[in-house]
Design a protein around this ligand. Structure first.
Ligand SMILES: Cc1ncc(C[n+]2csc(CCOP(=O)(O)OP(=O)(O)O)c2C)c(N)n1
Length: 356
């Protein structure tokens, strides 16, 4: 670290599992190092800290990937160089020496050759490191990162983004957000700030559609906190019978269904990489999610992504669940930027003609 001019911390779910967020903050602050998180690491670093770079990888904001590309030292803690985070491995932080801390020794050197691999729990590692660690400031690197952030922001969002921004602002500060798998999950990861580990409960890695509603029931039961399940029309159907459990337990869960009448992430891949030949990604029958929820005995209503309805959504988030809020969104919307599979993270698709 002393020899590095442009270090970056790459923090994963291991930091959340170890409960090492305070120690990570101490390392980042004392050594003045920017921090990028994986999907599973979201919540392990304060998103309002000026050193925060957001989520890295396939759906990162452009500045995050560009800053990481300039790193001369990569300190990976509790993450595994998954392809959604790294893109093409040979292009990932190409000029950085690498330190990898992971509780699973088999991960060290598996995908990325490292200068230093430490098989250790993230919290134990940081607790041992911090007492001997001097403070330093890196004004030039911070200025460079700020310039890239200003020049290469996340592209403006569309209807789904408006809904998520509304939820982010109106949700109870303590609320737990559970997601399913798909575009909605990636938009949440891109846009919604998470201030503590386990406030985002999502299925990463081999992400399973159908995870969101049962996860929300579990989170609400265990935590007693207001819980949101933000899901897609495809994912909710995979465990829709759990609406009965939710009604029976009368938990404070608000389900927001972002309905694009497609398996959105599949449609997006087919549109971008298969010449828009859509196959088995469009729902031909329009389901009435409000009627479905009511048939299970759960309050439900439809809101559109208009300013007036979003004000109603914000007001409803202050009321106790269970409730289902059905929000139709524009099916052409894509999760952008997107690093095409097999490319380096600096190759980011930021616009597409078929997106609104
Ligand atoms: C059980 C399962 N089947 C298939 C997939 C592959 N897959 C990932 S995202 C996705 C589409 C999700 O659609 P939807 O829930 O409507 O969310 P959207 O992308 O539209 O936000 C599919 C089929 C998966 N992750 N899990």
């Amino acid at each position: 670290m002393a020899a590095s001019e442009r270090p970056v911390l790459y923090a994963g779910g291991g930091v959340c599992h170890a409960g090492a967020q305070r120690e990570l903050a101490e390392l980042a602050t004392r050594q003045d190092i920017p921090v990028a998180c994986t999907l599973m690491g979201l919540g392990c670093f304060d998103p309002s800290d000026p050193r925060y770079l957001g989520m890295l990888g396939m759906h990162a904001a452009p500045y995050t990937n560009l800053i990481m590309r300039e790193a001369d030292l990569l300190i990976c803690i509790g993450a595994r160089f998954d392809d959604r985070a790294t893109g093409e491995l040979r292009e990932f932080c190409p000029n950085a020496r690498t330190v990898h801390v992971d509780i699973d020794a088999r991960e060290l050197g598996k995908l990325r050759a490292v200068e230093l691999g430490v098989a250790c729990d993230a919290k134990h590692f940081l607790e041992r490191l911090l007492p001997s660690l001097p403070a330093c400031a890196r004004p030039a690197w911070r200025a460079r990162a700020d310039a890239l952030r200003a020049a290469h922001p996340l592209p403006a969002g569309q209807t789904a983004a408006r809904v998520l921004d509304c939820i982010a602002a109106a949700r109870d500060a303590e609320a737990i957000v559970c997601t399913d798998v798909g575009q909605h999950q990636m938009w949440i990861a891109q846009r919604m700030p998470f201030f503590a580990p386990r406030t985002l409960v999502t299925s990463g890695g081999l992400g399973s559609m159908g995870f969101g509603l049962p996860a929300a029931i579990g989170a609400a039961l265990e935590s007693g906190k207001p819980t949101l399940c933000i899901t897609g029309d495809g994912s909710l159907l995979l465990n829709v019978q759990e609406l009965a459990t939710l009604a029976e337990l009368a938990l404070d869960v608000t389900i927001v269904v972002l309905d694009n009448r497609h398996l959105g992430l599949v449609r997006q891949q087919q549109t971008l990489f298969y010449e828009a030949r859509l196959c088995a990604s469009r729902f031909e029958s329009a389901l009435d999610f409000v009627a479905i929820a009511r048939s299970f005995g759960i309050d439900a209503l439809r809101l559109d992504p208009t300013p007036r309805d979003l004000a109603t959504l914000a007001a409803l988030l202050r009321r106790r669940g269970p409730r289902l809020i059905y929000v139709p969104i524009d099916a052409r919307e894509m999760v952008l930027p997107m690093v095409p599979p097999g490319m380096g993270n600096h190759v980011m698709l930021e616009h597409h003609a078929s997106a609104p």
